[in-house]
Design a protein around this ligand. Structure first.
Ligand SMILES: C[S@@+](CC[C@H](N)C(=O)[O-])C[C@H]1O[C@@H](n2cnc3c(N)ncnc32)[C@H](O)[C@@H]1O
Length: 295
């Protein structure tokens, strides 16, 4: 029977050989999970023996990670903003970049029509990350969250229920905003924006395991977002704002598309910590949001 320290070393080597970026961290997380411990508890018990049933559980998860399945799918959880979300292969793993969109939404909220009783749409909700974070922080808001994948909505439902906001997060299957008749003071959307030709070159965690419907943005990455632009005039309240996550090199093209498809509308961009314009903020001509980072 081996001890936890040797098992950990075995896992690190196994994952390093599979080109996993963070083999030590991932092996620690998987060993701790197999034992039902936190990582800190694991470190305190490295000389303990590893029981055969725990070894088998650990091996099974190491195999999955060595096949480059995202760690979040294997442990079934992902921290997002100040939440802990359930995730699995039905949904995109929520990314830290998307937390900028939540920050911007919360900063804007007091300036939006109807505040504090905002009517919000989250288009392409996936795990429900944006919808649930917004609902938690804006306790008077009602959020309508759509996705074209009913399987994703089941995950969003589980998260909204677990985090106590299912009474204010309404989940609707459909294409973009087509299934919703309401007007919104705030629309948030992290829709697919990866150019189709780039998809095969992404890390195996993404290319082999995350849902294609969450990634494929068509020939230039903006096909789905462009369709959403055309729906904004009938979906956004006067004075309302849409916040859209985009890829690092897409701001100029989205600005052109907005000029062409939404003449007279304002668009400005917010940068992430790496300096990339990752959140587009759109509003119709009669409302300029109070503060902005870049225009
Ligand atoms: C990039 S993922 C984002 C998920 C989640 N909002 C987040 O930030 O983690 C995009 C989501 O949009 C959904 N989606 C793609 N095309 C859509 C469409 N035409 N209408 C509604 N949802 C769509 C996908 O199924 C996927 O769940």
């Amino acid at each position: 029977m081996t001890d936890l320290c040797s098992a950990l070393q075995y896992g690190i080597e196994r994952l390093a050989a599979a080109n996993v970026d963070t083999p030590r961290l991932d092996a620690e997380v998987l060993l701790a999970k197999a034992l039902g411990l936190t990582r800190a508890q694991l470190h305190a018990r490295l000389r303990d023996p590893l029981h055969p049933s725990d070894w088998l559980r650990y091996q099974a998860t190491l195999n999955r990670r060595a096949h480059r399945e995202p760690l979040a799918y294997i442990v079934g959880r992902k921290p997002f903003y100040d939440l802990e979300l359930a995730v699995d292969s039905r949904v995109l793993v929520p990314r830290p970049e998307s937390e900028h969109l939540v920050e911007r939404a919360l900063a804007l909220a007091p300036n939006l029509p109807g505040y504090p009783a905002l009517t919000v749409a989250d288009v392409g909700t996936g795990s429900g990350a944006l919808a649930v974070a917004v609902a938690q922080h804006l306790p008077h808001a009602v959020v309508y969250a759509t996705d074209c994948q009913p399987a994703a909505l089941a995950v969003a439902h589980a998260n909204a229920s677990a985090l106590g906001v299912s009474d204010r997060v309404h989940l609707v299957a459909g294409d973009l905003l087509a299934a919703l008749r309401a007007r919104f003071s705030l629309i948030v959307a992290n829709l697919p924006y990866i150019p189709r030709t780039v998809l095969p070159n992404l890390a195996p965690e993404i290319a082999r395991h995350e849902p294609i419907a969450a990634l494929d943005g068509g020939p230039d990455g903006l096909a789905v977002i462009r369709r959403l632009l055309t729906q904004l005039p009938s979906a956004l309240d006067t004075g309302g704002v849409a916040l859209l996550e985009i890829g690092a090199a897409q701001a100029a093209r989205l600005k052109d598309d907005t000029k062409r498809l939404l003449p007279g509308w304002h668009i400005r961009f917010h940068r992430d910590y790496a300096g990339y314009e990752r959140v587009a903020e759109l509003s119709s001509g009669n409302h300029v949001p109070a503060s902005s980072v870049h225009s």
